[in-house]
Design a binder for this molecule. Structure first.
Ligand code: NI
Length: 140
């Protein structure tokens, strides 16, 4: 069994703000990340899958994964304001934890249409919002 990881870059902006809480509570909870005008991140995204080798000597067709990631993640989220342009984040705070879960969920939903067999299986989404803040999602 081989684990394959591909790396992608994704720029987007967000503001950490819980709609059910007041302004002061939000400021206390999220600090500078609650700035009303938001801020951007150059997210580094690592997508890992695993499986046995196929006849081509590969565990995964990287071009097929790239197409899936482009359609499911990079195009809908790239250079977007996550709060106002992604329906889920009108209700849910777009922390990078939640963003990673949304990416994982979308990949999982479409995975079988691109990789119909038992392998390769989606294993993990790893998302870094900065060099020091890194989150991993392996199931929802
Ligand atoms: Ni942030």
């Amino acid at each position: 069994m081989i684990r394959v990881t591909r790396v992608y870059r994704l720029a987007a902006s967000h503001r950490l703000h819980a709609p059910q809480l007041g302004e002061e509570e939000n400021r206390a909870l999220y600090g500078k990340c609650n700035n009303p005008f938001g801020h951007g991140h150059n997210y580094r995204l690592e997508i890992s899958a695993r499986g046995p080798l196929d006849d081509s000597g590969r565990a995964l067709d990287p071009a097929a994964l790239d197409r899936l990631v482009e359609e499911t993640v990079l195009r809908p989220f790239g250079h977007r304001n996550l709060n106002s342009e992604v329906a889920r984040f009108a209700q849910e705070v777009p922390t990078t934890e939640n963003f990673g879960r949304e990416i994982y969920r979308r990949l999982k939903d479409r995975w079988a249409s691109v990789f119909p067999g038992p392998w390769p299986a989606l294993e993990k989404v790893r998302i870094a919002e900065t060099e020091r803040n890194i989150f991993e999602v392996a199931e929802i």
